[in-house]
Design a binder for this molecule. Structure first.
Ligand SMILES: Cc1cc2nc3c(=O)[nH]c(=O)nc-3n(C[C@H](O)[C@H](O)[C@H](O)COP(=O)(O)OP(=O)(O)OC[C@H]3O[C@@H](n4cnc5c(N)ncnc54)[C@H](O)[C@@H]3O)c2cc1C
Length: 389
């Protein structure tokens, strides 16, 4: 039996599109498919990503997807006390909006960002199918057979390796028998409003404290054109209320309520974020997992764009190198991807998971609030050992 492609990537989010681009660039025949008809929509992301994350993963910075430049952070305790790190003040010779200065990061429009990444992949030779949903995967004679519904047509596509980049609700890993279950106690339920009428000035504002967002945090991010994202994530097992009730409470009763009094809600966006450890096994025969599908999400911040881009780069390069030199697609050979990923990102993510778990094991809410505030402040401080992930 002959393969139709070397690699089929399921899911064209940041993880999948990046994997596809790097694999194709190195000469592999790659198919990238996504069940959506419009990538990134409906939006389920605030879109905050560091400049470093884009550069490190060879994403050219483009006005096509940037909504707002970010210059630093303001981290709040539940009481309103805060620590601000504004790189425009800290390193004015490097950061700012004047000629020769750069931002620290961006808020991107996920619809445009995901389309941009997919287009870059396509321009590097990747074939793309939208409205193409993977339904099942089987292994036959050493190849993966992916059953796909493209519009109303069913296709059976043969390839050497499938990349599961199908996000939080990943099914592909399950089909291969991997343990992909997320504990209810580690799944943050997130909701955000895109608003008009709320001031923000180039900083990502993060509001910690059980009172506002049990198990997670609230945020205020500038969105460009005078719009602002106000949102939060909560762990449902830590509260009898849902994310919407918490967001309502935060808008009406928090120390920021005066600032929110003229807020007009323009869009409502939501989704789940895994605040768990990375999957212990991110590979199987003819399969590797990338991004949210492998729970490669920062368990302290919930950020998953940088980690998905980085995992995609590692996966694409690994596949290119491996498939050009070997026809062994066994789980054992695929495990080398996880080894590479562990060395670059995985070890740090496990450390962050341990830190996060030790905070949320504390029974005393005041002590826990203080520990989370301190951890978040340190995480976003200029000296943080973690700030590059
Ligand atoms: C409210 C909210 C706010 C967030 N804010 C931020 C933030 O500010 N910064 C940050 O870094 N992260 C943020 N995140 C997390 C971030 O959105 C994810 O971690 C990131 O999108 C993961 O990228 P991915 O490529 O792994 O998966 P996704 O972006 O989820 O992409 C998966 C793709 O797979 C496709 N797919 C799924 N199943 C199939 C199938 N069977 N067949 C074909 N296609 C399929 C989907 O359509 C989708 O396009 C936020 C998340 C939420 C919910």
């Amino acid at each position: 039996m002959k393969a139709d492609y070397d690699v089929v990537v399921v899911g064209s989010g940041p993880g999948g599109a990046t994997t596809a681009k790097f694999a194709s660039e190195a000469g592999l025949r790659v198919l990238l498919l996504d069940k959506r008809q419009e990538l990134g929509a409906p939006v389920q992301c605030s879109g905050a990503v560091s400049r470093h994350a884009l550069l490190e993963n060879e994403v050219l910075i483009s006005d096509e997807f940037i909504q707002e430049a970010i210059y630093g952070f303001s981290i709040y305790h539940s009481s309103g006390e805060n620590i601000q790190t504004d790189y425009r003040l800290l390193k004015p010779e490097e950061y700012g909006n004047a000629e020769g200065r750069v931002p620290l990061g961006y808020v991107v429009d996920r619809r445009r960002f995901d389309r941009y990444l997919m287009t870059q992949a396509e321009r590097h030779g990747v074939e793309v199918l939208l409205k193409a949903e993977a339904l099942d995967m089987q292994i036959e004679s050493g190849l993966a057979i992916l059953k796909v519904r493209h519009f109303n047509e069913e296709l059976n596509i043969r390839c050497s390796v499938v990349v599961a980049a199908d996000g939080l609700q990943s099914q592909v890993g399950k089909w291969a028998g991997l343990q992909t279950h997320i504990k209810f106690t580690e799944l943050a339920s997130c909701l955000q409003f895109v608003t008009d009428g709320v001031e923000a000035d180039g900083l990502l504002e993060i509001i910690t404290g059980h009172k506002w967002a049990p198990g997670g945090y609230a945020w205020v991010f500038p969105k460009g054109h005078g719009y602002t994202e106000i949102g939060l994530g909560v762990i449902c097992s830590m509260t009898p209320h849902n994310a919407q009730q918490h967001l309502d409470q935060f808008l009406k009763n928090s120390f920021m309520k005066e600032r929110f009094k003229n807020a007009k809600i323009l869009e409502v966006q939501g989704g789940g974020v895994p605040l768990s450890h990375p999957l212990r096994t991110q590979y199987a025969n003819n399969l590797i997992l990338v991004g949210d599908a492998a729970r490669q999400v920062n368990p302290i911040t919930g950020g998953g764009i940088h980690t998905a881009l980085t995992a995609g780069r590692i996966a694409g390069k690994f596949l290119a190198q491996h498939l050009q030199n070997s026809s062994d697609f066994s789980a054992q050979s695929m495990s080398q991807y996880q080894d590479l990923w562990m060395a670059v990102n995985g070890k740090k993510m496990w450390e962050l998971y341990e830190i996060k778990s030790s905070i949320f094991r504390m029974d005393n809410i005041e002590e826990r609030d203080q520990a989370l505030y301190k951890t978040m402040s340190e995480y976003f401080s200029p000296n943080s050992p973690f700030k590059k992930i």
